[in-house]
Design a binder for this molecule. Structure first.
Ligand code: FE2
Ligand code: FE2
Length: 167
C-alpha cells in the first residue's frame, strides 16, 4: 500500500476506534439519565464505527493467524506494562494529577495479567489446542482482571463483588 494511504487508514482506524468507545460511554450516561432512546442511538452508531474501524484495519492487513494476533496482543500489553504506564504514571505523580495516577495505576495492574493470559493462550494455540481457561473476572470500576476464583471484592480498587463481571 502507498505510504500516505496507509497513514490515512491508520488515522481513520484510530479515530473510528475512539468514536466507538466514546459512544458506548455516552450510551451508559444516557441510560443513567433515563434517555433510553438516546442510549440506543449511541450504541447503534458505536457499532457502525466498529464496522468502519474493522474495515480500515482489514484493509491495512492487520489480521494475522490467532497465534500471530496473540503475539501482537502480548507485545502491546508488555509495552504498556514495561514502558507506557510506568512513564505516564510517573509524569502524573510529578504533576500532582491524582486522577491520572489512579487511572494509570489501575490500567498498569490489569495489563500485567492480560500479558500473562495472552502468553498462556499463545503457548496452547501453538501446541494445537484451544486455551484451557476458566472464568475470567473483570472489575467494572478499575478493570482488574482475574482468572481464578471470583473474590469477595476487587483486590485492586475494593469494589464489591457485584461490580465484577464474569466472562
Ligand atoms: Fe490490556
Ligand atoms: Fe476494581
Amino acid at each position: 500500500m502507498r505510504k500516505m494511504t496507509e497513514a490515512n487508514l491508520q488515522a481513520a482506524f484510530s479515530g473510528e476506534s475512539q468514536a466507538h468507545m466514546r459512544y458506548l460511554i455516552f450510551a451508559d450516561k444516557a441510560e443513567k439519565d433515563g434517555h433510553a432512546n438516546v442510549a440506543r442511538l449511541f450504541k447503534a452508531i458505536a457499532f457502525a464505527e466498529q464496522v468502519h474501524a474493522t474495515n480500515h484495519f482489514k484493509t491495512l492487513d492487520g489480521i494475522d493467524t490467532t497465534s500471530g494476533n496473540l503475539q501482537t496482543a502480548i507485545d502491546g500489553e508488555t509495552y504498556e506494562v514495561e514502558e507506557m504506564y510506568p512513564a505516564f504514571r510517573g509524569v502524573a505523580e510529578l504533576q500532582g494529577e491524582k486522577g491520572a495516577v489512579r487511572s494509570t495505576t489501575w490500567a498498569l495492574e490489569a495489563e500485567k495479567v492480560h500479558a500473562r493470559l495472552y502468553g498462556e493462550a499463545k503457548a496452547t494455540v501453538e501446541a494445537g489446542a484451544d486455551v484451557q481457561i476458566g472464568e475470567i473476572h473483570i472489575c467494572e470500576v478499575c478493570g482488574w482482571t482475574g482468572d481464578g476464583e471470583k473474590p469477595d471484592k476487587c483486590p485492586i480498587c475494593g469494589a464489591k463483588a457485584e461490580r465484577i463481571r464474569t466472562f
